[in-house]
Each structure stands twice: as structure tokens, then as C-alpha cells.
Ligand binder design. Sequence first.
Ligand SMILES: Cc1cc2nc3c(=O)[nH]c(=O)nc-3n(C[C@H](O)[C@H](O)[C@H](O)COP(=O)(O)OP(=O)(O)OC[C@H]3O[C@@H](n4cnc5c(N)ncnc54)[C@H](O)[C@@H]3O)c2cc1C
Length: 453
Amino acid sequence: MPKNVVIVGAGVGGMCAGALLAKNGYNVTVVDRIDTVGGRTRTQNVGGYGVPRGAVSFQMHGILPTICKEVGAEFEIRPVNEMWFWIKGSDEFVQLPAKSGIGKMIEMFMKVHGGGGGTKAMAQVGLQLSIAKIGAAFKDPGAAAVGDDGPTFRQWIEQYTDNKELIALFHTITSAVSAVNDFEYPARHWFAHFAAADARMDKYALLPGGMMAVSQALGKTIEARGGKILLNTPVLKIESAGGKATGVTVQINGGNKTIPADIVISNAGPTLTMSLAGEDALDKKYVDHVKSRIRPTPIVATFVVSDEPLFEPKSAILAAGLRRIVTGVPLTNICPEWAPDGKHLMSFYGTPASCLKPMDKEDERQANMADVLDLFPDFEKKGGKFLDVQLRDIGDADVVARSWPGYNVPVHTSMPNLFNVGDACGPAGFIATPAAAMSARMATDHILENIKN
Ligand SMILES: Cc1cc2nc3c(=O)[nH]c(=O)nc-3n(C[C@H](O)[C@H](O)[C@H](O)COP(=O)(O)OP(=O)(O)OC[C@H]3O[C@@H](n4cnc5c(N)ncnc54)[C@H](O)[C@@H]3O)c2cc1C
């Protein structure tokens, strides 16, 4: 008899795990509380526009495409392969090279802030010296590896410069790569993540069907191999006996039903997994570890529509020196089908004032909207309008990441047949959908090796 696996949650992590196990002959049932697969990659209809609820960019290399290929999940992709950069004080966007993107950003920075001639020459030399010192210190990041929650990246960089604009540039790089403020992110984790992260700025894609197309395609492979996907079916409890998971109790057709399982994989996030399983059913040491590690990452996503494109290239942008916004994507330059004919949709992502404290939602809304106007002074002339400002606070379900990079928790729980998958459970250097995919790989590798069919 094939082993029965129940997966709680149809996000990228859950669907990758389900597809890998279904391919290996396990009997897979995926249950999700909402009416679609994809979790934080789903698309919503807002006023006739296809607005991504979370992920937009699909990394074309690495673990997620590898798993999709392995299980035979197919979907349409539109490669982008470009990144453009804007820095406050300059009125132009410049294209970044695929390699040495940071070098080009520094070059732009010097153009804007380096000055030249007269007294400014001294400032220029000072800045160049600071940049050289930072460059050298980058080669020896071990110096920053003090304690788990030791000095922040901001404290680290302030040893080499007090130039506010230069610090702001590194704030953008930090937020764009990790989604955490540099003045809150311990330098130790910053360097570990940056060194391990595949921070290449090339080879990403948008999917005309939205990022949820990945989960839909994975779902098809699960069903084709005899698995089931139950939507609108919240899991109320992860059942256990004698220190092992025995199944899940779900709400279905107006009643409750228990689905027995040999293996339970939760994609609901480690914190929710603990409450579904009941803290008393898990080892105290494990519970304490999860509680001390998890740090949800908030984000503000601003969507604007316009009659003319605000930005012409088919590329994402990085922006330095704004209040909150660090990246943006002119979505309909690449996927025009996400807007009614003749209209344009662009998204912007901002890191809130704090990634540790709850946000002041009105302040965040105003700051992000003001940033859009700074980036595109011709916003109104081009028929620009704000469509939606999504404020994803620390306690919300749809945060950008369930834990900061470096604060991930293992896929194993204290029950031998209960696993977590998702973006809080990837290894160092992985964030977002690649982290979710990698956690699925780690959990399923362990199952294939140790809980054989
Ligand atoms: C604004 C924003 C922009 C982003 N941009 C990008 C990007 O460009 N590229 C990128 O790679 N990533 C991006 N991300 C991150 C990415 O969306 C997430 O990292 C990824 O989708 C997380 O997948 P997951 O498998 O961890 O879980 P989720 O997608 O959160 O899936 C978990 C699922 O579990 C279900 N669930 C929860 N509780 C229960 C229950 N009790 N019963 C049944 N089901 C339950 C939920 O409904 C959900 O479907 C972005 C995120 C946000 C918010």
C-alpha cells in the first residue's frame, strides 16, 4: 500500500512537496483553506486588473524550475533579463549589467553625489576612500560575525562612512535582496545571506498566468498521478498519537472530517503548524526554538495604473534614496494581458519603517505613494492613478517572507513524520519561492530516504 501523505497548504512549498512525492508513488492529498492553489503567488482581480498578491518574478535557474522540470510541470514564461537603476538626485534610469551591478550603482552614486572641482574635491576623495574601505571590508565579512543578533549592517557600515546617501544606497541593496531594513538586520546574517544568495540580477521571468501558474501546473501533475487537491478546506487540527502525526481534521461540506495520514507536511508556516498540532504534542525544546527564531517580514506593495507606461523597458527597477520603495516592476510591459486594453499596470515594493514593530499603516501608505510620485514626476500627465496599496504587516498571513533570511527553522519538527515546508524553512541564501521550493526538496528527500513507500 502506498503511504498516505496529507499536505496542509497549496503554496509553492506544499505543491512542490506534493508533486515530488506523487511522482515517487506516494498517495498525496493537498488541502487549502482558500479557493485556489498558489498561496502568496495568487493573482487577484482588482478593478479589472490582474494584481499579484505576492510573488511576481520567477527565477529561471535554480531549484524551482528544476523541480518543475523533474515532475513535468509546464507553464508559459516570459524571460525579462534586465534590471534598471534609479538614484535620488538623478533624473535618469540606467541599465545594470548582469554582473557587477553594485559597481554600476556606485558609479551612478558618484556621478550624483561625488561632486567635482573646488571644495567638493575633498568630499569626493573622502567618499572614494569610504567606498574603497567598504569594498575591502566586504572581502572579510567575518569581522561582522558577532553573535546571532549582534551589530546591524548599518552599524557595521557606519564604521566606514557617515555619508547618508551612501548608506541609503546600501539600504536599497539590503531591502532588495533580503526585504529587511539594513538598520535592523544583523550584519552576520546580512553577509551570510548575501554570500550564499544567488543575487544575480539576470535570468528572471514573469509568467503571463501569474506566479500561481507554477502551483497550478504542479497541481496537474499531482492529479495526473492520482493525488487530490481539496480547496476551501481549512485544516483545523493536525492529529497525533504517541508522538507521531496521524492525520488532519478539516472543515468540509459544512462538517468536520479527519483524513488519516502516514505523513503530514505543513505549508501553513511553522508558527501555525505548531498551533494546529498543539504545542503540548510537540517537544518544548522544538517549540521554544521556533518561537525564538521566526521573524515575519512585512512589506508594502503599491499598484498603479496609467494611460501611458510610466517606464518603457521590459525590466524591473531598483531605486535608492526614497522613503520606502526599493523595487518596482512595470508588469504590463511584459504581461499586457494583466490590464484592460490600452491601460498599464506597475507595482512597487517598499520596506516599512520597521521590520520588527507593527506598522503605522497610514504613514506607510503616504510614504509609498509619495515615493511613486518622486520616481515618476510625470505620473499625473501619463494618467497615473493609485489602484491598490497593500500593507502586509508582521502579523498578517501574506507577509513577504515568514521569517528573515538567517532566521529560518528546519523542515523537521519534533514528530518524525510531521514536516514544515515553505519560505521560512529554506537553507541559508534562499529566500521567497526558491526557499519554499528548496524546503520541499529537503523534506521530500528525507521522506524518500527514511519513510519509504
Ligand atoms: C508583495 C510580495 C511580493 C513578493 N515578490 C516575490 C517575487 O517577486 N519572487 C518570489 O520568488 N517571491 C516573492 N514573494 C514571496 C513569495 O510570494 C513567497 O515566499 C512564497 O509564495 C511563499 O510560499 P510558501 O510555500 O511558503 O507559502 P504560501 O504561499 O503562504 O502558502 C501557504 C498556503 O497554506 C494555506 N493555509 C494556511 N493555513 C491553512 C490551514 N489551516 N488549512 C489549509 N490551508 C492553509 C494558505 O491558504 C496558503 O495557500 C513576494 C511576496 C509578497 C507578499
